[in-house]
Design a protein around this ligand. Structure first.
Ligand code: PEP
Length: 249
C-alpha cells in the first residue's frame, strides 16, 4: 500500500488555520503526492476543513467515543465524525492514554467504533522513556498492540502508529535502527495474529517527524508512513514531509 502521511493538529487551529488546508491543497495539485495524505484537525474545524480541502485531502478525527450516541457530554462518536466528512480517526494517542486514562481495552472499543462507522482507525502505541531505557520498549508496545487492536483488522480499516512517547513534541527521535526494530516487532505481531492481512497493514512512525528527518525515516524497512504533530500545522512544512514519502515502500 502507498505510505500514509497523517497530520495531527491536536488542540491547535481557529478558522484562520483553514488557509493552511487551502495552501496544502494548492501544493498537492501542483505536485501530486507519492503518498496518501490525511489531516486530523480539531473537531470544531472538521466540516470547514473538508470543504476547504475540496476532496483533495482526506480529513480525520483525533479521537472518538466507543458508542454511537448517548448521554456522553462533550464526546463525539465515530458516526458524527463520518457525518462531518472524516474518513479516519486516531485512537489511543499517548496524550489520550496519559491525560484521559485510556486503557488498551477502551482503545480497542474505539477502534471497533471507527470500523462500525466506516472510518479507518489509526491505532497508536508507544513506550515512555523509562520503559525504553529499561529495555522494555518492545514488550510494552507488543502488549499495547495486542490489547488495543481488535479482531477484524484489515489493511484498509487500520493503520498502526508507533509513537514513542518521549519523541512526541520533543525534537528527539529514535535511531533508524530502533525504528526498524520496533516496526519489525509490530509487523511480526500483526502477521502472527492476522496472517497476510497483517503483512499489508501500514505501520506509521510518529514523533518529531520534520522535513529534515522525514526522508530517512520514511525509507526505514516496514515504515508505512508517518503521523506528524507539530510539523503538520504549516502547509509548507507538512508538504515538504509529504514530498519525502517513499513511493517504493
Ligand atoms: C503526535 O502527537 O502524534 C506527534 C507525532 O507529534 P510531534 O510530531 O509534534 O512529535
Amino acid at each position: 500500500m502507498r505510505q500514509l502521511i497523517a497530520g495531527n493538529w491536536k488542540m491547535h487551529g481557529l478558522g484562520d488555520a483553514l488557509g493552511e488546508i487551502e495552501a496544502l491543497k494548492r501544493m498537492l495539485a501542483g505536485n501530486p503526492p507519492p503518498a496518501d495524505v490525511l489531516v486530523c484537525p480539531p473537531a470544531t474545524l472538521l466540516t470547514r476543513a473538508v470543504a476547504a480541502a475540496g476532496g483533495a485531502i482526506a480529513m480525520g478525527g483525533q479521537d472518538c467515543h466507543s458508542e454511537q450516541k448517548g448521554a456522553f457530554t462533550g464526546d463525539i462518536s465515530a458516526e458524527m465524525l463520518k457525518d462531518a466528512g472524516a474518513s479516519a480517526v486516531i485512537v489511543g494517542h499517548s496524550e489520550r492514554r496519559q491525560y484521559h486514562g485510556e486503557t488498551d481495552g477502551l482503545v480497542a472499543s474505539k477502534a471497533r467504533a471507527a470500523w462500525r462507522a466506516g472510518l479507518m482507525a489509526i491505532i497508536c502505541v508507544g513506550e515512555t522513556e523509562d520503559q525504553r531505557d529499561s529495555g522494555h520498549a518492545l514488550h510494552i508496545c507488543g502488549n499495547q498492540l495486542a490489547g488495543s487492536v481488535p479482531d477484524g483488522l484489515t489493511a484498509e480499516n487500520t493503520a498502526v502508529a508507533y509513537e514513542p512517547v518521549w519523541a512526541i513534541g520533543t525534537g528527539r527521535t529514535p535511531t533508524s535502527r530502533e525504528i526498524e526494530e520496533m516496526h519489525a516487532h509490530v509487523r511480526q505481531s500483526l502477521v502472527r495474529r492476522f496472517g497476510e492481512i497483517g503483512r499489508r497493514t501500514r505501520i506509521l512512525y510518529g514523533g518529531s517527524v520534520k522535513p529534515s528527518n522525514a526522508a530517512e525515516i520514511l525509507r526505514v524497512a516496514d515504515v508505512g508512513g508517518a503521523l506528524v504533530g507539530g510539523a503538520s500545522l504549516k502547509a509548507a512544512e507538512f508538504g515538504a514531509i509529504i514530498a519525502c514519502a517513499n513511493p517504493d515502500a
